[in-house]
Design a protein around this ligand. Structure first.
Ligand SMILES: NC(=O)c1ccc[n+]([C@@H]2O[C@H](COP(=O)([O-])OP(=O)(O)OC[C@H]3O[C@@H](n4cnc5c(N)ncnc54)[C@H](OP(=O)(O)O)[C@@H]3O)[C@@H](O)[C@H]2O)c1
Length: 245
């Protein structure tokens, strides 16, 4: 099977259809898991499940979308930077790395504004938007990052309102990097258009799985995905799939 381009991996030719018909950005959910579907160990550590090649490729996929999104749980557990950083893959346009204005928007979905002003995601490597609830006290973020306020709903914030706010800011495609609680809400609401899944030949046996509570209780409700592409990525396997709707 021929290698896919970054545009093909992030489904660029499907973006417009979703934007026009659903009035929201296209959403690519990426996660890295063990063979038994774990994305973190029981003690919460998750670095690094997959190979250096796969991690480098993730920077390409980030650069191929307009915003990189994580939940507040991931922000607190991993303190991720989320900027596109240099790697050895010749497909990465390094001018993105050197120019914060060309970096994808970093987004934390953080109802109660728990992201500290000195979090890595608040550094000057790329623009950042923290999405908080209408009643959240985000004074500590003033002058540090942009803040978007949306209404609360379900397990946190109203995700359709979050996506509408991102579309208004020119975000046509979101690269959702988890974690499993936030991704579960996206899946439950039919807001994921593509899944890019790196599977490492490793086992953990306990710890969080790639998705927590996506509203699926019975086999009759199982969400089937259509496999778009499968390939090796370093010592891992990369699977690209899309929900069958
Ligand atoms: N291997 C991987 O690919 C990978 C990737 C990412 C994360 N991880 C791991 O995943 C773990 C963190 O995941 P997590 O599940 O605890 O946290 P998470 O999914 O990153 O964040 C969940 C939090 O997001 C906020 N949120 C806001 N609106 C929401 C909504 N509508 N639905 C759901 N959540 C919403 C809620 O907190 P508030 O109420 O505070 O807003 C919620 O508790 C860490 O161990 C991290 O290392 C692994």
């Amino acid at each position: 099977m021929a290698a896919l381009s970054v545009d093909e991996l992030v489904g660029r030719d499907e973006w417009d259809h979703v934007i026009v018909t659903q009035r929201r950005p296209f959403v690519v959910y990426k996660f890295a898991a063990t063979l038994d579907g774990r994305i973190a160990a029981q003690d919460g550590t998750s670095q690094w499940i997959t190979s250096a090649e796969s991690r480098a490729e993730v920077h390409l996929l980030r650069a191929g979308c307009d915003a990189t999104v994580v939940g507040s749980g991931t922000q607190q557990a991993d303190n991720p930077n989320l900027a596109v950083r240099g790697n050895d893959d010749p497909r990465l346009d390094l001018s993105i790395v050197d120019d914060p204005e060309r970096q994808p928007l970093r987004v934390v979905i953080d109802s109660n504004a728990k992201t500290p002003r000195d979090a890595n995601v608040c550094n000057d490597a790329a623009p950042t938007l923290i999405v908080v609830a209408e009643d959240a006290d985000s004074a500590h973020l003033d002058g540090v990052v942009d803040v978007l306020r949306v209404e609360r709903a379900g397990r946190g914030l109203d995700l359709r309102a979050v996506l509408a706010g991102l579309l208004e800011r020119g975000v046509r495609a979101v690269f959702l990097e988890g974690g499993p609680t936030l991704a579960g809400s996206f899946i439950a609401q039919g807001l994921v258009d593509r899944v890019v899944n790196y599977v490492a030949p490793a086992l953990l046996g306990s710890g969080k799985s790639g998705l927590e509570d996506a509203g699926i209780r019975s086999m009759s409700d199982i969400l089937r995905l259509e496999l778009v592409h499968v390939a090796r990525s370093g010592s891992d396997v990369r699977l690209v799939s899309r929900p069958v709707r």
